[in-house]
Design a protein around this ligand. Sequence first.
Ligand SMILES: *Cc1c(COP(=O)(O)O)cnc(C)c1O
Length: 360
Amino acid sequence: MPRVYNFSAGPAMLPAEVIEKAASEMADYQGTGMSVMEMSHRSKEFVSIAEKAEADLRELLRVPENYKILFLQGGASSQFAMVPMNLLRGKTTADYINTGYWSKKAIAEARRFCEVNIAATSEDTNFTTIPPRDSWKLNPNAAYVHYTPNETIGGVEFHEVPDVGDVPLVADMSSTILSRPIDVSRFGLIYAGAQKNIGPAGLTIVIVREDLIGETIKNTPTMFDYATHAKANSMYNTPPTYSWYIAGLVFEWIKEKGGLEKMAEINRRKAEKLYNFIDSSDFYNNPVDPKCRSWMNIPFTLANPELDSKFLELAKEAGLVNLKGHRSVGGMRASIYNAMPEEGVDALINFMQEFEKNHT
Ligand SMILES: *Cc1c(COP(=O)(O)O)cnc(C)c1O
């Protein structure tokens, strides 16, 4: 069975080279006679896999020395709670920017712990824009400012890091991390579920400035305290070992491909191709303001929604799968993370052209 082009938003496709390498090492990892899945997380083999992965991620993102990288579980959704539990540090309020579905989830969870100031929202445009920075009403007493650099469902992305002064900036980078270089020093904390652009589900990456760790709210469970994991190099308890190993293979793959500058160049080109095609057609539409269109998740609708199921059926026959849009917005969505080859985007555009021709 040949591999398909998988446009799933997450878990998403992994690079073919990574799948092949993992397959070749599956039963016997480098002469150990066992799979990485069967290894003690305290064994010297696994510790070296873990340390190499962390070092490669640190190199790729140029993470400064005074930041910890944590390899956790619980998904980005757990971070919606862990962020306020750890970063309020005696304060009672935090600023949130509301740009769509995932922002709202983060906001709802933060409200369990503190007063949430919605400093800006694009709800009035149905989340097809990003509120301009000069319209934000930030609270100088906020413990932190939280935003979602890429809204995976709406397909809206910040193409610049907003300036929020000295208040720590917190970013849910689940669907954009590693898609381009970023200046980590601009952030207090970055978190991301792995299953979009890093590796398999089950692993959650947190990059946090050291001085923000260690002052949790009362009764914070041990496992929800960043200090627990920072002190133990993410081995306080059993980490998601296999996901960590695969993430390490993905980091190696990105390095071999030329790093994040190269990823950015390819990602921009892939996205522009698809948007240009959608904009050139009356048959397809993307509602997002061109200034903040996502490089990673491209939602689009058909002018005649009665053709949706036919589109999905024929796309699948052509080896283009998981194009159905999120249930909250309908239509289609093409998620084109790092692992989606440019040929996959070309194949999608060819298919869309052909489909349009045969249905107008
Ligand atoms: C997928 C996603 C989440 C949810 O991630 P889980 O790891 O499933 O909890 C949160 N935020 C964003 C931006 C996402 O894309």
